[in-house]
Design a protein around this ligand. Sequence first.
Ligand SMILES: Cc1cc2nc3c(=O)[nH]c(=O)nc-3n(C[C@H](O)[C@H](O)[C@H](O)COP(=O)(O)O)c2cc1C
Length: 171
Amino acid sequence: MSFSELVDKRCSVRGFSQKGVERNKILQILHAARRAPSACNNQPWIFIVCYKEETRKNPAAVYDWEWFVNAPAIIAVCFDKSVSWKRGDGKEYGEVDAAIAMDHITLQAAEMGLGTCWIGAFNADKAKRVLRLPAGVEPVPFTPLGYPQVASKKKARKPLEEIVHWEFFEG
Ligand SMILES: Cc1cc2nc3c(=O)[nH]c(=O)nc-3n(C[C@H](O)[C@H](O)[C@H](O)COP(=O)(O)O)c2cc1C
């Protein structure tokens, strides 16, 4: 599969078979995540994999959708503020690093026939509590992980002419 085909294949999956995801496949996905670039190569990521049935129920308090709660695995991509790079004007780059790692997760999973879905609309306070995150560790996205059961519809994207400016911004 070419990179372009992989980009087309990846889509948000919101319905999973109950077939468990093999542990070695989860590790392969996490290896793809850790090879992502990060600002200054600081690698501030922390990945929390909720894999056992009892711990998978914890994120249910964080994002209460049936397809999420019943996924065979859930990954939270977090970053440690004490490790992440900040720009001179103070801008925090940990979220950017976490987002790139998450993109590697979604693409590696898609290549392996597994489904993921970015989850940003979770309850952050509850997430910190149920994942037992220490102070300064922020969850960015969650994703369910499993074999897709529901076919996702291809979502439209804006045409390039609408989003690309050459040389400088022109209104
Ligand atoms: C930062 C971010 C946050 C998102 N949060 C959610 C979410 O909370 N729940 C959800 O169902 N989908 C969420 N999504 C998935 C988007 O709805 C989805 O990526 C978009 O509609 C395009 O569809 P596709 O992923 O199938 O290409 C999120 C995506 C991103 C990038």
